[in-house]
Design a protein around this ligand. Structure first.
Ligand code: R5P
Length: 295
């Protein structure tokens, strides 16, 4: 199928990497704001009869959604055969439950919204906790890329004698897979979240791992409170300074600096959200996933 990639602002590097791997062209798009703050989008390349792949990671999603929606519809109105969304970080997946009376399950609302204007979607390790698969919230064909193999490879090449630590029960799915692939031990802690920035993490039993390099692995680092609490416990337990690995570098506000200041040796993330800590490239895995999704 004739494929053209269109990058939403901020996704240019990943788009170029994917275009090379997919042997596809990168189309030209103009984005700007009208003086009244409304969004202007224009596709300058020919998309007629092509499958249009829109690259747009969705951290801080609210302001990205409308340009994405307009671009998908514009492509279709110009004769595109289909639109496929490449969303390396998929937002709103953590809002998967009514926590307080009066709330809605916004992961579902968001899924419906996206399913209403795109023909397919591919993402990297969406936060699947109470939702067991993406099909529960997205009505369009989807593909989930898992970062575990790439993280294990990074560990094998960079760290001697690691022990993996997952900060909460849902992290077990990532931590256990990474540990198995890398052939290293792991342990998973328990977490209770009392508020956006208040978390309690159980004290790890790490006596037998004193000679290991602790590696904290989580899917999302947002406020970094989860990682910082765990780092404190490891320090108190006399462990070496840990390396923190996050798949998605959300880093709300000053979180990156705060985590650096907490006494970690290094912070490493995957390139699902552009950030200076990106060290693990997932473009190969994404390109394979896109090919599978579109054929
Ligand atoms: C949620 O359970 C996720 O897996 C992460 O543990 C969480 O999003 C991290 O959030 P924060 O960095 O705000 O502690």
């Amino acid at each position: 199928m004739n494929t053209i990639l269109l990058s939403l602002p901020g996704n240019e590097n990943l788009t170029v990497l994917l275009a090379k791997k997919l042997n596809a062209e990168v189309g030209e798009v103009t984005f700007r704001k009208f003086p009244d703050g409304e969004t202007y989008t224009r596709i300058l390349s020919d998309v007629k009869d092509k499958c249009v792949v829109l690259i747009c990671t969705l951290h801080e999603p609210d302001e990205k959604l409308l340009p994405l929606y307009f671009l998908s519809h514009t492509a279709k109105s110009l004769g595109a055969k289909c639109t496929c969304l490449v969303v390396p970080y998929l937002a709103y997946m953590r809002q998967d439950k009514v926590f307080n009376e009066g709330e809605g399950i916004t992961s579902g609302f968001f899924g419906k919204l996206i399913s209403g204007f795109a023909d397919s979607i591919i993402t990297v390790d969406p936060h699947l906790h109470r939702i067991s698969s993406l099909e529960e919230v997205y009505d369009i064909p989807n593909k989930v890329v898992r970062a575990a193999d790439a993280i294990s490879e990074w560990l094998k090449q960079n760290i001697e004698n690691p022990v993996l630590i997952g900060p909460d029960s849902e992290s077990e799915q990532w931590v256990s897979e990474v540990a198995r692939n890398a052939g290293v031990p792991f342990t998973v802690l328990q977490k209770v979240r009392h508020g956006d920035r208040e978390v309690e993490v159980s004290v790890p039993e790490v006596d037998k791992y004193k000679d290991h390099t602790p590696i904290l692995v989580d899917d999302i680092i947002s406020t970094a409170r989860t990682m910082i609490k765990t780092v404190e416990h490891l320090k108190n337990a006399g462990m070496k300074p840990p390396i923190c690995i996050g798949i998605h570098a959300v880093f709300a506000g000053n979180a990156y600096q705060e985590l650096l200041d907490s006494g970690v040796k290094k912070i490493v993330t995957c390139n699902t959200i552009p950030h200076p800590s990106n060290e693990i490239d997932l473009s190969d895995l994404l390109a394979i996933g896109i090919k599978k999704l579109m054929h």
